[in-house]
Design a protein around this ligand. Structure first.
Ligand code: R5P
Length: 304
């Protein structure tokens, strides 16, 4: 049996393009969920059932979780309804997974969002596939989202391939300790010179960065990280690298959150090119993840 005979890919209209790419790569039928917003802001969803009013035994929901708050309600409505309509195995493909950074209570009384949201998702889905989730103090996604199948892909290697094409002699720099994992993957693939900065965050828009010992003089530097939100981390690192003599500083990230004036902050800091994967749709998207997501999806579906 082919995957399309037993599974469907559900999506919302604002993600039609990535859903069609993923469905084609995975050999699934993509079917849109209808969404109506009532005047008071509540949502009504309608899932794409067959003539008998049922869904297939396996279903996959594509929902990248940037701007996550309302989407969490969508996930709740879709998952609970899908079960009532006959779905026995439900996979969430969330190329960007939200709420992973708040992984401890930094101050008494703070919600540990990673645990709370992770537990919520585990209560709805049998499998979760994502890309470069921000796992800092834990090793495995299954610790944050305790589902039978928790699959992590990385954008670091495809971004490294792009960097190797665009800046063959790049000096690869990670802006903080957490980026060391992605720098190591990318450097191992193409043998880039590489280094990692240290960072202390003082607020949403305030970061202090210290460069490692490196000779940036005349180098084409590429900063690589899992995400850019306010862009302040990358902007500060770029300023320091240009002050240290770098010939250019470009930026590559898996997740192009780019909140508010983030892109402007990068340009003001002297950043040249900005490249990202298409985990979050953005004009900087330069690397497609559909092939890797489809391969992971096929593995999940064939083993469930
Ligand atoms: C955190 O360590 C992440 O890897 C990013 O470095 C961080 O989220 C970037 O945030 P911002 O763009 O707001 O500085």
């Amino acid at each position: 049996m082919t995957p399309s005979e037993t599974a469907c890919l559900l999506y919302f209209d604002d993600e039609a393009a990535p859903a069609v790419r993923l469905a084609q790569a995975a050999g699934l039928a993509a079917q849109a969920i209808e969404r109506h917003r009532f005047p008071d802001g509540e949502l009504k969803l309608r899932l794409p059932v067959d003539a008998a009013g049922r869904l297939p035994r396996h279903a996959v929901l594509l929902r990248s979780l940037h701007q996550p708050n309302e989407k969490l309600v969508e996930l709740l409505l879709v998952a609970r309804t899908a079960r009532q309509l006959g779905v026995q195995h439900l996979t969430l493909v969330a190329p960007y997974l939200a709420y992973m950074r708040q992984d401890i209570a930094f101050h008494p009384g703070e919600a540990v969002s990673q645990q709370v949201v992770g537990g919520f998702l585990a209560g709805l889905f049998d499998a979760v596939i994502t890309v470069d989730p921000h796992l800092h103090r834990i090793d495995r996604l299954g610790q944050a989202i305790p589902v039978p199948q928790a699959v992590v892909l990385s954008g670091a290697e495809p971004l490294a391939d792009l960097i190797a094409e665009q800046r063959p002699n790049a000096l690869l720099v990670g802006p903080d300790g957490e980026s060391a994992q992605w720098i190591a993957q990318a450097a191992a693939r193409h043998g880039f010179d590489h280094a990692v900065c240290t960072k202390v965050r003082h607020g949403d828009h305030e970061v202090a960065i210290e460069l490692p010992t490196l000779n940036a003089q005349g180098r084409a530097v590429v900063l690589l990280d899992d995400m850019a939100s306010t862009g302040r981390t990358l902007a500060m690192a770029a300023r320091l690298l240009l002050q240290a003599g770098a010939a250019s500083v470009d930026v590559a990230v898996t997740h192009a959150l780019f909140a508010g004036d983030a892109l402007q902050a990068l340009h003001d800091a002297g950043v040249g090119a900005v490249w990202s994967t298409d985990c979050i749709p953005h004009p900087s998207n330069a690397v497609a993840m559909a092939g890797s997501l489809a391969a992971a999806l096929q593995t999940v579906l064939s083993s469930s």
